[in-house]
Design a protein around this ligand. Structure first.
Ligand code: TEU
Length: 562
């Protein structure tokens, strides 16, 4: 068995502060609102809370554009509120990790303002500047993720600065040791307040390679440099330095967002002997429904490629790294709407998806509302959009005529990040128990049906099923530490695998279709040594008839005959 670690045994719950709970009635979620819901989270049984950014920000990218790393945005409260939150979290035996966004700052960060003010300013080199190309245009053909070139001209100094996301998010220059020193000092100050670790935003992209040459242009008209950047080995040096300078001597959780990283990169990032990160988020599964116009299409995630991608990362990080397991986060449409059923089988499919993920090896992350079976939103007008990525894409594609207005709204309802960001559905009242005034973005009308108020007392609710999954993880070490072995990899309808530990085998079968299916288990699973630990169906005939009901998930434990 791999070395036991609390963070391997943990389930993490992600809170997106502006959409979680509005304590002061201004329509935006806040820290007092979160504190008021800690008992709900403790009852769910999660171990760790991850708080998306709560720092002062112009809010262009909902807080992922920071102007002060060491203060609290007044929209969310103040430092006293934060300290109270931390104390209340700890009082319930939970841990809190915070978002560390150090690949870029806001263009309104004092560092960037100083850097722009004068070429000789000491903060100038905290960012990445290049001369214009000979025609005066950007220095290379790199594109920004939120559209347009990855360079913006600073007219005053006649130099371009680099930004991989939007012009309002200039990239920090990690080659500068003074910048690194400032970041580590900032991290140490948060840790001395008592936070239990960090979720590190696009940490795979912090180390820019020396190669700033053009790359092959995609449909966007630009080269996407992220893979080239993620492959730069310097990132490992910086993370080891970060471990030494900021994190050592503490028992923390570190999870890196490994955007554009390969399996090899991720293995290096999470190898325990490398002293870098505990675990990483990777995105190969999330990108399986992409296409020529990036994610803006109506394709769904195909099951066979999903199975092979998951198996690749399960086996690829076994014994040498660790997976952060997720179907949802604040950047993704709801997985229930992508792969499950929003209709009659909504709850069954939500539970099936949860089972499929939570029984894999890694630390599962639950994104707010997932535990209730929250769905995507049906956006009917671009005015409802709050996400800059979706707004920009709508403008670009509709203006160029590449995608019609109707299609774009349909694609947005399927794929936009805003699907994850609609307010949390606490109850059926107007405002959904999220706010008593006008919410900062529209609430999904289905909160009258899908909400946290009615679920705790209803035995077969999605919420209670998540609790059962978490209890299973506590009761059976095989759920945490068992080896993952794919089963029936060629089956186009059922996602099945086993986990193996110390003479025990756990079989997980998930029917991804709305039909009943015959599905043969591996040998030895239909006798008295096998026990059905969990199913999402009131009555399961799987153990007697090898038949899975629509969207059924079954978890079966087989003990070796002694
Ligand atoms: O995301 C980085 C990232 O590469 C993606 O998740 C990306 O936002 C998504 O694929 C676009 O659809 C992180 C944050 O999670 C995201 O919210 C920020 O916008 C981004 O960094 C910039 O800070």
């Amino acid at each position: 068995m791999d070395e036991r670690k609390w963070w391997k045994e943990s389930v993490v719950y992600q809170i997106y502060p502006q959409s979680f709970c509005d304590g002061n009635g201004d329509g935006v979620g806040d820290i007092p609102g979160i504190i008021g819901k800690l008992d709900y989270l403790a009852a769910l049984g999660v171990d760790v809370l991850w708080l998306s950014p709560i720092y002062p920000s112009p809010g262009y990218d909902n807080g992922y554009d920071i102007i002060d790393y060491e203060a609290i945005d007044p929209r969310y409260g103040d430092m006293e509120d934060f300290e109270r939150l931390l104390a209340e979290v700890h009082a319930r035996g939970l841990r809190l990790i915070i978002d560390l966004v150090v690949n870029h700052t806001s263009s309104e960060h004092p560092w960037f303002k100083a850097a722009r003010s004068d070429k000789a300013d000491p903060k100038r080199d905290y960012y990445i500047w290049r001369e214009p190309a000979t025609d005066g245009g950007p220095p290379n053909n790199w594109g920004a993720l939120f559209g347009g070139p990855a360079w913006t001209l600073d007219e005053k100094s006649d130099r371009y600065y680099l930004h991989l996301f939007s012009p309002r998010q200039p990239e920090l220059n990690w080659k500068n040791p003074l910048l690194r020193r400032d970041i580590y000092a900032m991290m140490r100050r948060w840790l001395s307040k008592g936070v239990d670790g960090f979720r590190m935003d696009v940490i795979s992209l912090i180390a820019k390679p020396d190669d700033f040459s053009d790359g092959p242009v995609g449909r966007s008209g630009y080269f996407d440099p992220r893979e080239r950047i993620a492959a730069n080995p310097e990132v490992h040096e910086y993370l080891r330095e970060m471990r030494r300078e900021a994190l050592s001597g503490r028992d923390l959780m570190t999870v890196g967002e490994a955007s554009a990283s390969t399996l090899e990169d991720a293995r290096r990032l999470t190898d325990p002997s490398g002293d870098e990160l505990n675990m990483v988020f990777w995105f190969e599964h999330m990108d399986l429904d992409g296409g020529e116009t990036f994610k803006w299409n109506d394709r769904t995630i195909p099951l066979l490629p999903l199975k092979s991608v998951m198996a690749k990362w399960q086996q690829g990080l076994a014994h040498s790294g660790w997976n952060a397991l997720f179907w949802n986060n604040h950047d993704q449409p709801r997985m229930l709407s992508r792969l499950g059923d929003e209709g009659a089988e909504r709850e069954a499919s939500a539970k099936m998806l949860a089972t499929c993920l939570h029984m894999m090896q890694g630390s599962p992350f639950i994104y707010q509302g997932e535990e209730l079976g929250m769905t995507n939103m049906r956006f009917t007008s671009p005015d409802q959009l709050r996400d800059n990525e979706s707004r920009g894409a709508y403008r670009r594609y509709v203006k160029s005529g590449e995608i019609s207005k109707e299609d774009m709204l349909r694609y947005i309802s399927l794929k936009s990040r805003d699907n994850a960001r609609t307010p949390m559905q606490w109850n059926a009242a107007p405002g959904a128990g999220f706010t008593r005034s006008t919410p900062w973005m529209d609430i999904n009308p289905n909160h009258t049906e899908i909400n946290a108020e009615e679920q705790p007392a209803r035995e077969d609710s999605v919420l209670n099923f998540y609790k059962a999954l978490i209890r299973l993880r506590r009761a059976y070490p095989i759920v945490v530490y068992g080896d993952f072995v794919p089963y029936a990899q060629e089956d186009p309808n059922v996602f099945a695998y086993t986990r193996v530990l110390d003479g025990e085998t756990l079989l997980v079968c998930c029917n991804f279709t709305a039909r009943s299916l015959d599905f043969a288990p591996p040998a030895g699973f239909l006798n008295e040594n096998a026990k059905l630990l969990l199913t999402n169906r009131e009555t399961s005939v799987y153990m007697t008839e090898s038949r899975l009901a629509p969207y059924e998930a079954a978890v079966i434990l087989r003990k070796e005959r002694s």
